[in-house]
Design a protein around this ligand. Structure first.
Ligand SMILES: Nc1ncnc2c1ncn2[C@@H]1O[C@H](COP(=O)(O)OP(=O)(O)OP(=O)(O)O)[C@@H](O)[C@H]1O
Ligand code: SF4
Ligand SMILES: [Mg+2]
Length: 367
């Protein structure tokens, strides 16, 4: 079920053809100033991001606040318009489709939001909220009440709760309603934007387990956004780490924890309590300071100002996204935890941003 990025490994079999292709996607937000509201600069929220998702896969997406996770998630749903690049769903280019043409896609891709309180209409009963998704699928009105009850049961709520309002539920229960609403449209992909961050720690595991369970039963694909690496570890097949609008590392989940290649991932791992004998032995070095402005990202590696391993080349040349053996990609001139064999097998991934350099780590140009 784990997908691999293109670049360096065997071609994927036809059965694992991408469900979603995010292809050099860019989202810039204009910063306006002055009486005339002229555009003075742009926020580089998502800056040349390429990644695929296969049917049934869970992609964890992590990074600090402001790195572009929500913007990427919303753009995948076409709730935010991309500035550049392409989005393909089942091979169909949906980047520029109008609202009418997007309708079939809207049912196939649903979102669960961080704050269930804010994302559920407080004036509607839960039955009405979930029915809206059934209408999106074109289900006749007479069939909807029975299906709403089934969906409530599927997310672990009592079908008797159909006439309750959102405020009559606890936080965890409200998030279950949010999941039932998403499921009503019978999606193939659900984008979960920090779905448990607003919940008590004791409830988080229950909701994560529910999502995991639903995925197994319904064969769903997930993009699971979180700001720390502890939440996504057990649900993800692969994890992508974002930093200031860029993807800096993508890896099969376990390899990211046992063998992080990018110094930022290493620092993120040191920022959260993750049981790991090797990490417990050595001194933790959590990520320090703040990221630079997304309006004026620095040249070269965007992490250079905070990276303990930065050298001159890091400040001059943007590191390309490099594919290492095992479907592990990282954008760093001085990669961590890679062997000489890994380096010898490394190639620049086609996912690499257009603005990046073309020297592999270990080559003379990257020293
Ligand atoms: N509508 C908008 N207009 C202008 N700038 C925006 C807009 N939405 C997001 N941004 C900016 O884009 C960047 C990425 O924001 P985004 O919300 O995607 O980050 P995030 O990784 O989801 O952060 P968090 O963990 O806090 O949710 C930030 O600098 C943010 O201020
Ligand atoms: S490219 Fe340089 S600055 Fe960037 S993460 Fe790697 S070592 Fe650090
Ligand atoms: Mg966010």
């Amino acid at each position: 079920m784990t997908a691999t990025e293109t670049g360096g490994e065997a071609p994927a079999p036809a059965a694992t053809a991408p469900l979603l292709e995010i292809d050099h996607l860019q989202v810039l937000f204009p910063v306006r100033a002055g009486m005339l509201g002229r555009t003075r600069a742009h926020v580089h929220a998502v800056d040349d991001v390429t990644i695929n998702l296969t049917e049934g896969e869970t992609l964890g997406l992590v990074g600090e606040s402001g790195c572009g996770k929500t913007t990427l998630a919303r753009t995948v749903l076409r709730l935010t318009k991309p500035t550049g690049g392409h989005l393909r769903f089942r091979g169909n280019d949906i980047t520029a489709l109008g609202q009418r043409d997007l309708r079939p896609f809207r049912a196939e891709v649903q979102m669960v939001f961080q704050d269930p309180q804010a994302s559920l209409n407080p004036r509607k009963r839960v039955g009405q909220i979930i029915s809206a998704g059934l209408a999106l699928r074109g289900m006749p009105e007479k069939d909807r009440p029975a299906r709403v009850r089934e969906l409530l049961a599927q997310v672990g709520l009592s079908p008797e709760h159909v006439n309750r309002f959102p405020h009559e539920f606890s936080g965890g229960q409200r998030q279950r309603v949010g999941v039932a609403r998403a499921l009503a449209a019978e999606p193939r992909l659900i984008v979960l934007d920090e779905p448990v961050s607003a919940l008590d720690v004791s409830i988080q595991a229950q909701v994560v387990n529910l999502l995991d369970d639903l995925q197994d039963r319904l064969g769903l694909s997930y993009i699971f956004v979180a700001h720390d690496l502890s939440v996504v570890r057990h649900v993800s097949d692969r994890i992508a780490v974002m930093y200031l609008g860029k993807i800096v590392e993508v890896s099969p989940a376990e390899a990211l924890y046992s063998r992080p290649i990018h110094p930022y991932t290493e620092a993120l791992l040191d920022s959260v309590p993750i049981p790991d004998a090797e990490r417990a032995r050595r001194a933790r070095k959590p990520v320090q300071g703040d990221p630079p402005s997304a309006t004026a990202p620095p040249p070269g590696c965007r992490f250079a100002g905070r990276c303990p391993h930065a050298t001159d080349v890091c400040r001059r040349v943007e590191p390309p996204l490099v594919a290492y053996p095992g479907g592990h990609l990282a954008a760093c001139h001085h990669p961590r935890n890679v062997s000489a064999e890994d380096l010898a097998a490394a190639v620049i991934s086609p996912s690499s941003p257009a603005s990046s350099g073309d020297s592999l780590p270990g080559s003379e140009a990257a020293l």
